[in-house]
Design a protein around this ligand. Structure first.
Ligand SMILES: Nc1nc2c(ncn2[C@@H]2O[C@H](COP(=O)(O)OP(=O)(O)O)[C@@H](O)[C@H]2O)c(=O)[nH]1
Ligand SMILES: [Mg+2]
Length: 697
C-alpha cells in the first residue's frame, strides 16, 4: 500500500445517536471510491465497519472500527463509532486521534440524546466539526426542521453548505452553496451524480441561503469581510479558504445533506473533506505529558520530530491475536523496528504494519505523522498507551471512564470453567476498558460490571463465541457500599496461647466518618513504641481487609478514617499476623458502635421525551425515588434531568419505551453514593443474609 504524506491525509470520526446512518455512510463512501466492490449494508450484515459477529447479529455498531478511502490523491481515514448509550463512551478514543468530527443527525428526529453526547465528546477534544443531516429520503424527513433543532442545541454556528432538492421519497439531489451548482444523484446507489441547473422553484431559496452563508464566512475573517464589502460577494476560492479557517477554529460548523443508504451526498462530502477539512498538520494541538518531568506540553502533528504515536484501539482477534491500532502524531513509524512504550517503560518489537479496512488489512512499509495503522502481536501495549522515542518520552494522559453502572453475577454453565472465565474477561477487557469484574467478597460470586444490561450481554456473548465459555447471567446487582455515621473509640485484642509460640497484639483505634467519596484514610499516632513500627502496616492491612468484607450486608466499607493511637505488643508472641487479626477485631467492634449505614449509587439521568410525555415521565421518576433537577425545552423535546438511585433504574429502558411509544431516550452516568433510606436498607440486609446462607449451603 502507498505511503501518504501528512498533508494528504484526513482523519474523520463519524459520531452521533445510534441508527443515524454512520456505518451506512462509511459503506457508501467505500463503495463510491471503489475501495470495495459492493455497497455493504447493516441489514445484510456486510457493512465494512460493523464486522464483529455480535454487531452483525444485533445490527448495531458496538465498537469503533477503522476504514479508509483513497480519493483524489488523498487517504481519508474513516473512524466509525457506536451511538448507543452503553457503547458511546468508546467513541472518545477515536475522537482523540481524529482531526474532524462529523456528527450525524437524523432528518426526522433531529438532535437526540446521544447526538449531544457525541457533541460533548468533540468538545472534550476541542475538535472542529461538521454535521450531516441524514435520511432525508425518509417519510417525514425535514431539513428545515432538523436545522431548527440543530440550532437550538448547538447554536447558530451551524450553517448549511448545501440545501436538499426534493423532499422525502422525492429527495434526489442537493444544491451546493459554495459552488452554486445543483447535483442530482443516480438512483442505483452508485453515488454518481449529474450536474444540473438549479431548479427554478429553488432559485430564491438558494440565493438567500447562499447570501447568508457567504456573510457568515465574511464575518469570520477581517480580510474576507473587507473583500465582501468591496465586491458584494466572495470568490469560490475565498469561500473555501474562509470556511477552512472557520471550521478549524470551530466558528462555523458546516451542515451537509445526505441519504446514506442511497449513497446521496457522498461525493460532495468527499470533495469537501479533501478541499476544506484540515489535514493532520492543520489540526488542533494535543496536550501531552513529558514523562521525564511530568510537565504538560502542547504538541502538533509534525513529521520532522522523533516518533510519537498513540494507541486508541485494541482488537482481540481470536486468530491473529491482539491487534493494536495507533495514530502517529510525530515522525514516522516503520515495519519491523523496535519502539518504546512510554507507559510500560519497555520496548516492543513491531512486525509488519497494516492498514485496516474494517476487518481486512493490507501491509504498509511505514506510516507518516498524521496517519493511522495497526500492528499485530504486541506484548504489553494496550489502548491508551503512548509509543514514543525514548529521547522525548511524551505521554498522552489516559482517558477517564465513568464508573460502571450495572453488575451481574455470572456463573459458568459447566463446572470447572471458572479459570476460563477469568482469562476470557481479561482478554476482552483489553479491547473494552469499560468492562470490569471482581468477586463479591460476601457471596464469592463473580460480578461482571458494565455500562448497562446490553453491554454485559454483549460481553457474555463474546465470551461464548470467542473463548467457548458459557455463563449464566444472574440478577443484576447494585454495587452498594457501607459506611459509618458516628465516631467510635475501640480496642482490638488478639491473644492466643497455643503449643509453642503464642500470638499477641493489641491496638486501639478511633474510627470516624469521612466525606462521601473520600475512601479511606489511616493515621498513625503511636508514640513511644506502644506498637513497634514494623507492625503498623499490618494494622492498616487488617482494617482494609475487614472493610472489604463489609459489616452490615457484605458490601465494602468506605469513607472512613482510622487513627491508630495506642496498643500493646509482646517481645516473643507479637507478629504481623497477630496485629492484623487484632486490627480486624478492632474494626468489627468499631462498626458496632459507629452507626453503620448502607450507601447506594445514585445516577445522573437525562431523559429526552416528547413534550406530551414529560408529565408522566416526571411522575414516574418521582416514584423511583428520583429528584428531578430541572427540565429544559429543546424544540419539541423536553430534557428532564434527575438524580435517581441505580436500584430503581435497572429496568428503565422498556418502561420508558412503553411510556413514550418508543420516542423517549435516556442516558445515565454514575453520580455518587448516598445513604439508603432506612426501610429499604432493612430489606437489603435481609436479602444479603439469605444469600449468604444460600452460598454457605
Ligand atoms: N431510509 C434511510 N435509511 C437509512 C439511511 N441511512 C441509514 N439508514 C438505515 O438506518 C439504519 C441504521 O443505520 P446505521 O448505518 O447502522 O446507523 P449507525 O448506528 O449510525 O451506524 C440501517 O437500517 C440503515 O440502512 C438513509 O439515509 N435513509
Ligand atoms: Mg454504526
Amino acid at each position: 500500500m502507498k505511503v501518504y504524506e501528512s498533508d494528504k491525509i484526513r482523519n474523520v470520526v463519524f459520531a452521533g445517536h445510534g441508527g443515524t446512518g454512520k456505518t451506512t455512510l462509511i459503506s457508501g463512501i467505500l463503495y463510491y471510491t471503489g475501495m470495495v466492490n459492493r455497497f455493504g449494508k447493516v441489514e445484510d450484515g456486510n457493512a465494512i465497519t460493523d464486522f464483529d459477529e455480535d454487531e452483525i447479529s444485533r445490527k448495531i455498531s458496538i465498537r469503533p472500527a477503522i476504514a479508509y478511502a483513497e480519493y483524489k490523491k488523498h487517504k481519508i481515514n474513516l473512524l466509525d463509532t457506536p451511538g448507543y448509550m452503553e457503547f458511546i463512551q468508546s467513541a472518545r478514543e477515536p475522537m482523540r486521534v481524529a482531526d474532524v468530527a462529523v456528527i450525524l443527525v437524523d432528518g426526522i428526529s433531529g438532535v437526540e440524546v446521544q447526538t449531544e453526547k457525541a457533541w460533548n465528546f468533540a468538545d472534550e477534544f476541542n475538535l472542529p466539526r461538521a454535521i450531516i443531516v441524514n435520511k432525508l429520503d425518509k417519510e417525514n424527513a425535514d431539513f428545515e426542521k432538523t436545522m431548527e433543532s440543530v440550532h437550538e442545541f448547538f447554536g447558530r454556528s451551524a450553517v448549511p453548505v448545501q440545501i436538499p432538492i426534493g423532499k422525502e421519497h422525492e429527495f434526489k439531489g442537493i444544491i451546493d452553496l459554495i459552488r452554486g451548482k445543483a447535483y442530482i444523484y443516480e438512483e442505483d446507489e452508485s453515488g454518481k451524480y449529474k450536474e444540473e441547473e438549479i431548479p427554478g422553484d429553488l432559485k430564491d431559496s438558494f440565493e438567500s441561503k447562499r447570501e447568508e452563508f457567504i456573510e457568515m464566512i465574511a464575518e469570520s475573517d477581517e480580510d474576507l469581510m473587507n473583500k465582501y464589502f468591496e465586491e458584494g460577494t466572495l470568490s469560490e476560492e475565498d469561500i473555501l479558504k474562509g470556511l477552512k479557517k472557520a471550521l478549524i477554529s470551530n466558528t462555523i460548523v458546516p451542515v451537509f445533506c445526505a441519504a446514506a443508504s442511497k449513497n446521496f451526498g457522498t461525493a460532495q462530502l468527499l470533495d469537501s473533506i479533501v478541499e476544506f477539512f484540515p489535514s493532520p498538520l492543520e489540526g488542533k494541538e494535543h496536550k501531552v505529558i513529558n514523562s521525564k518531568n511530568e510537565e504538560e506540553v502542547e504538541i502538533k502533528v509534525d513529521p520532522e520530530k522523533p516518533y510519537l504515536a498513540y494507541v486508541f484501539r485494541t482488537i482481540a482477534d481470536p486468530f491473529a491475536g491482539r491487534i493494536t491500532v495507533f495514530k502517529v502524531f510525530r515522525g514516522k513509524i516503520s515495519s519491523d523496528t523496535t519502539i518504546y512504550n512510554v507507559n510500560k517503560k519497555t520496548n516492543e518489537r513491531l512486525g509488519s504494519l497494516q492498514v485496516l479496512q474494517g476487518k481486512n488489512s493490507t501491509s504498509i512499509s511505514e506510516v507518516m505523522a498524521g496517519d493511522i495503522a495497526a500492528v499485530a502481536k504486541l506484548k504489553v501495549t494496550e489502548t491508551g498507551h503512548t509509543l514514543a522515542d525514548p529521547s522525548e518520552p511524551l505521554m498522552f494522559p489516559p482517558l477517564k471512564y465513568p464508573e460502571p453502572a450495572i453488575s451481574f453475577a455470572i456463573e459458568p454453565k459447566s463446572r470447572g470453567d471458572e479459570d476460563k472465565i477469568g482469562n476470557a474477561l481479561t482478554r476482552l477487557k483489553e479491547e473494552d476498558p469499560m468492562i470490569s469484574f471482581q468477586r463479591d467478597p460476601q457471596t464469592k460470586e463473580l460480578l461482571l460490571s458494565g455500562t448497562g444490561q446490553l453491554h454485559v450481554e454483549v460481553t457474555v456473548d463474546r465470551m461464548k463465541k470467542r473463548y467457548g465459555v458459557e455463563v449464566n447471567l444472574k440478577t443484576p446487582k447494585v454495587p452498594y457500599r457501607e459506611t459509618i455515621t458516628a465516631k467510635a473509640d475501640v480496642m482490638g485484642k488478639h491473644k492466643k496461647q497455643t503449643g509453642g509460640h503464642g500470638q499477641f497484639g493489641v491496638c486501639k483505634i478511633i474510627m470516624e466518618p469521612l466525606e462521601r467519596g473520600k475512601g479511606f484514610e489511616f493515621v498513625d499516632k503511636i508514640f513511644g513504641g506502644a506498637i513497634p513500627k514494623q507492625y503498623i502496616p499490618a494494622v492498616e492491612k487488617g482494617i482494609l481487609e475487614a472493610a472489604e468484607k463489609g459489616y452490615l450486608a457484605g458490601y465494602p466499607v468506605v469513607d472512613f478514617k482510622v487513627t491508630l493511637y495506642d496498643g500493646q505488643y509482646h517481645e516473643v508472641d507479637s507478629s504481623e499476623m497477630a496485629f492484623k487479626i487484632a486490627a480486624s477485631l478492632a474494626f468489627k467492634s468499631a462498626m458496632e458502635k459507629a452507626k453503620p449505614v448502607l450507601l447506594e449509587p445514585i445516577m445522573k439521568v437525562e431523559v429526552y421525551v416528547p413534550e406530551e410525555n414529560a408529565g408522566d415521565i416526571m411522575g414516574d421518576l418521582n416514584s423511583r425515588r428520583g429528584r428531578v433537577l430541572g427540565m429544559e425545552a429543546k424544540g419539541k423535546m423536553q430534557i428532564i434531568k434527575a438524580l435517581v438511585p441505580l436500584a430503581e433504574m435497572l429496568n428503565y429502558q422498556p418502561d420508558l419505551t412503553s411510556m413514550t411509544g418508543g420516542r423517549g431516550s435516556f442516558i445515565m452516568e454514575f453520580h455518587g453514593y448516598e445513604i439508603v433510606p432506612h426501610n429499604i436498607q432493612e430489606k437489603i440486609i435481609e436479602q444479603a443474609k439469605k444469600e449468604k446462607e444460600e452460598a454457605s449451603k
